[in-house]
Design a protein around this ligand. Structure first.
Ligand SMILES: Nc1ncnc2c1ncn2[C@@H]1O[C@H](COP(=O)(O)OP(=O)(O)O)[C@@H](O)[C@H]1O
Ligand SMILES: [Mg+2]
Length: 152
């Protein structure tokens, strides 16, 4: 389910599978190149949502998308609306300080064809500044989630 006002889009989900579906659906409103911050508590469903986005881009099967908590960065090739897309999935939870973030070389990763999705990106002011939008996942009790997409 989706309701839209200006550039804010709201989705709801009632299960992990539902959030994968929301990921598939919300890919329709994306327009790479973009750098989006994924916000939400541990276990909110950030990685689960990326499974759906990756599937929509034909970049990866949902089971191939796992948490990049330790590897920091996963990269997939896909396409969107006839254009090649490089899906970059990051989790910067374990990074401390802008210096460590710099070692990832995000500047070089964000190319014309990139869709960059960063879990815990709001920890870093430099990422907040560069972000072209954010996706916020809030728990509404049990398995229910509210997913809000704000795009610049
Ligand atoms: N509505 C929901 N959306 C997403 N995940 C859900 C939902 N309900 C239950 N879950 C479960 O919560 C967990 C979310 O994990 P994950 O996507 O890795 O979260 P995060 O990346 O935000 O830490 C999964 O085990 C998933 O099955
Ligand atoms: Mg995660």
């Amino acid at each position: 389910m989706m309701t839209a006002t200006a550039k804010t889009h709201t989705f709801t989900s009632e299960s992990g599978a539902g959030t994968v579906e929301v990921g598939r659906e919300l890919a329709a409103i994306l327009h790479p190149p973009q750098l989006l911050l994924l916000e939400g508590d541990l276990g909110a469903g950030k990685t689960t949502l990326v499974k759906g986005i990756a599937a929509a881009l034909n970049a990866a099967e949902p089971e191939e998308v796992t948490s990049p908590t330790f590897t920091l960065l996963h990269e997939f090739e896909g396409s969107w609306k006839g254009k090649k897309v490089r899906l970059l999935h990051l989790d910067v939870y374990r990074l401390e300080g802008e210096r460590q973030l710099e070692t990832l070389g995000i500047e070089e990763l964000v190319t014309d064809e990139a869709l960059v999705l960063v879990e815990w990106g709001n920890k870093f002011p430099s990422l907040v500044k560069r972000a072209t939008g954010d996706i916020r996942i809030e728990s509404c009790g049990g398995d229910k989630r509210k997913i809000t997409v704000e795009l610049k």
